[in-house]
Design a protein around this ligand. Structure first.
Ligand SMILES: *Cc1c(COP(=O)(O)O)cnc(C)c1O
Length: 763
């Protein structure tokens, strides 16, 4: 018979796990419950169905690492006495994390129940703890498929993640029917004291009180999270809200399932409300449980309760939806998982799962919410778009509104949204109406999305070298490539550093050549007192995931020229003149439109853009200051003629001072858990296969048949002709930074760079 140790560190853990413990005991397993917490809590846990077998507690002065150590020690002593075949945990308390460390040491499998709960904000303390506890386990039981996906996405082995439904319905059923009481609103703000600001909390409380008053309902508030916040922020409770101070865990659970409406910021309460059929208004997007929002059991009302009045009315009108966890017997399903682990001990040996971060806490990443400004505003506008039922821009309003707002932000007459930055460049090239074999001078250090459009339009990309220190094209390098067939110039403001445009524009004017500014990496960079993107004939931007603002994929082109604007619009609309008296498809063009869903996100993102640029500049300034004393580095800075927008922090490594140069330094940084890209794209664009053999596809071959260069060497571009690009790539380390970096993040990055440099200098 299997012996299972259930490690419980809070009453909600106890409540949630009770059905599993009963099911295991019914199958004649030996189940020991290890309680780590105070004696009152142990009593509460027993009242909720889990009587502790052993108990321990940290001393009052033990906090942080000491507390963790005490918990590990307690588990070790318990396990010595009652050697388990496996350990089960849930929640995110001290014991849950200690169990991870202990089980790894002891070689005992660790199963996490209700794993994979993720909130939007990875920097949040609870969230970090939950992730750490999940990542220390060897097997996972999750309630929903989405949670399984979350864990798999974080690199945990899918074969050990089991979707089993939720233990909550059984746990609630075990409490018995609640006694009927007069209707009231239950306000449970668990995280009220964690970083709340007084105005936001005050507004939320006022809105709750007002909505309840309008319906003649009293509001009862749980005290644990709220009382300290009220004290600290010196907020008075509005009339009509009454604090319930002395409720035990059972009392709070009862209140939550008896309430007419539950207002909360807690993930646990949302699930409880969904199962109990109590409408839930959620005042924190970061703790939203997607399954309860999707089932309609929870409604997002904003941290200040902005949308609370309407949501409150709706909540009172609606019939409770069936809860989103299905009617599966989760206890039996988990027991089967435990059974299989005990039966196949070899497979069950803990292998350390990949840590959620490299060394230390994760740096904010533009690949997910940690390094992006996506949140409540975007959710709200997307919800409006969806409810409107119109998801395409030809009938909807979000894309159009975004285009207008963007043009205003940039300072151009027109802006046309499209579905990628590549499409934006493509539209710009197409709008120029080039002929086969026409030449477009561009840069060999850029995104391929800026180059292929030239081929698609039957033109020949001709690469100008770059300045090795700015990695941008210059008037001199462009002039060296001009021929009688040159028809346009494309400049990329690489990494957010504006090109030295004055001389380039003068050259272009003299030769009557249009300049396209590729601003995909340079939102908000300036030259003089104007933003880049307002100097050339057309400017292109990308809204791809990693750019300053994002819609996942997306792009936008801008111009002051009415006729060009018309062609840009037609190019992303299959050349169909929507709104024309007699529209016709006048030239070959695809559907490159942005959808209303993305338009809604873009519209919510745009007001944040200036702040994003400001913050990135501050992060860069901080890094520069911290790295100023490190020898052998050349750090990015504003050019004399403008300001840098810091899409990335690209710095150069002098291999003469730091042996091994960019490659060696970057490798050491990566080993220290700092994500970076030595040498950026590795090679100049013309060395890509596409340009190495022009006959790869009709679209690449065609232009050369109409170009005198076809008689020259194939391909005409080799590294020898590009010393600037070669040197500029050789020495660069590209450090991804973003607007969410905090001083401790830059400190950590700078320390890693300094340590790596010192290591290299020592040889
Ligand atoms: C990102 C980028 C593009 C392409 O944008 P997508 O949205 O990825 O198609 C084009 N040019 C530059 C300079 C870029 O950085």
């Amino acid at each position: 018979m299997a012996r299972v140790l259930v490690a419980v560190g809070s009453c909600s853990d106890a409540f949630g796990l009770a059905p599993l413990v009963h099911a295991c005991r019914a199958a004649h397993w030996t189940v020991d419950v290890a309680w780590f917490g105070d004696a009152d809590g142990a009593r509460d846990a027993a009242a909720l169905g889990l009587r502790p077998t052993t108990s321990g507690a940290a001393l009052p002065e033990q906090t942080g690492a000491r507390r963790d150590a005490a918990a590990i020690d307690f588990l070790a002593r318990t396990a010595e006495l009652l050697p388990p075949d496996l350990v089960v945990t849930t929640g995110h308390g001290t014991l849950a994390r200690a169990a991870g460390t202990w089980s790894l040491d002891a070689g005992v499998p660790l199963v996490r129940v209700d794993a994979g709960q993720r909130s939007g904000d990875a920097a949040d303390r609870t969230e970090r703890r939950r992730r750490a506890a999940d990542h220390a386990a060897t097997h996972w039981c999750v309630a929903t498929d989405l949670q399984q996906l979350e864990l798999a996405r974080e690199g945990l082995p899918t074969s050990r993640i089991h979707t089993v439904g939720s233990l909550l319905p059984a746990a609630l059923a075990a409490l018995g029917a609640p006694a009927p009481v007069p209707p009231f609103v239950w306000l449970a703000l668990e995280h009220a004291d964690a970083g709340a600001d007084a105005t936001a909390l005050g507004e939320l409380l006022a809105r709750v009180a007002a909505a309840a008053r309008a319906h003649g309902l009293p509001v009862h508030a749980a005290a644990p999270g709220l009382a300290p916040a009220l004290d600290r922020l010196a907020i008075e409770l509005p009339a009509g809200i009454e604090l319930r101070r002395n409720l035990d865990a059972r009392g709070q659970l009862d209140a939550a399932r008896r309430a007419r409406v539950l207002v909360t910021d807690s993930a646990g309460y949302q699930a409880l409300a969904a199962v109990a059929g109590v409408p839930c208004l959620l005042a924190a997007v970061t703790t939203a449980r997607p399954e309860t929002v999707r089932s309609g059991a929870s409604q997002l009302v904003g941290a200040r309760g902005e949308r609370l009045p309407e949501a409150f009315d709706r909540a009172l009108q609606r019939q409770p939806a069936p809860h989103p966890y299905g009617d599966r017997d989760a206890a039996a399903a988990i027991r089967a998982v435990l059974d299989a682990i005990v039966a196949a001990p070899d497979d069950a040996r803990p292998t350390p799962a990949p840590a959620p971060a490299g060394a230390g806490p994760t740096l904010p990443s533009d690949g997910d919410h940690t390094g992006r400004t996506l949140g409540d505003d975007e959710v709200a506008l997307v919800a409006v778009a969806i409810r409107s039922g119109t998801l395409n821009s030809t009938r909807g309003t979000f894309v159009t509104a975004f285009e207008r707002a963007f043009a205003r932000w940039l300072g151009t007459r027109h802006a046309i949204a499209c579905n990628s930055g590549s499409m934006a460049v493509h539209a710009a090239i197409a709008a120029l109406g080039l002929q086969p074999g026409d030449e477009v001078v561009t840069t060999p250090i850029t995104d391929m999305g800026a180059l292929t459009p030239i081929l698609y339009e039957g033109a020949v990309p001709v690469f100008a070298d770059v300045d090795p220190t700015t990695r941008n094209v210059t008037a001199a390098t462009i002039a060296a490539q001009l021929t009688l067939r040159t028809r346009a110039i494309v400049v990329t403001h690489l990494f957010g550093l504006p090109c030295d445009l004055a001389a380039i524009l003068a050259l272009a004017r003299a030769r009557n050549l249009p300049v396209i500014e590729d601003c995909a990496q340079a939102f908000g960079a300036t030259i003089g007192d104007r933003k880049v993107g307002t100097f050339g004939r057309i400017a292109s931007f990308s809204l791809q995931q990693g750019k300053h603002i994002t819609t996942g994929e997306g792009g936008i082109v801008a111009t002051d020229d009415d006729a060009l604007a018309r062609r840009l619009f037609l190019f992303v609309n299959k050349a169909w003149g929507y709104g024309d008296p007699k529209p016709d498809h006048t030239f070959p063009a695809l559907n490159g439109r942005l959808s209303e869903l993305q338009g809604a996100v873009a519209l919510a993102q745009l007001p944040k853009l200036d702040d994003v640029v400001r913050r990135r500049r501050a992060v860069a300034a901080d890094l520069r200051a911290r790295l100023a004393a490190v020898r052998g580095l050349r750090l990015p800075d504003d050019p004399p003629y403008g300001t840098h927008a810091y899409w990335k922090f690209a710095f150069d490594v002098d291999a003469g001072v730091l042996p091994g140069g960019a490659l060696a330094l970057g490798k050491r940084m990566q080993q220290a858990g700092i994500n970076c890209v030595p040498r950026y794209v590795q090679k100049p664009a013309f060395e890509c296969a596409l340009f190495q053999d022009w006959r790869r596809a009709p679209v690449t071959w065609l232009p050369l048949q109409h170009n005198p260069r076809r008689d020259g060497p194939m391909p005409p571009f080799t590294r020898d002709g590009y010393p600037g690009a070669t040197a500029g790539l050789e020495s660069v380390v590209v450090l991804p930074i973003n607007e969410r970096y905090r001083p401790d993040d830059t400190a950590r990055v700078a320390a890693a760079i300094a340590a790596a440099a010192e290591d290299l200098a020592r040889g």
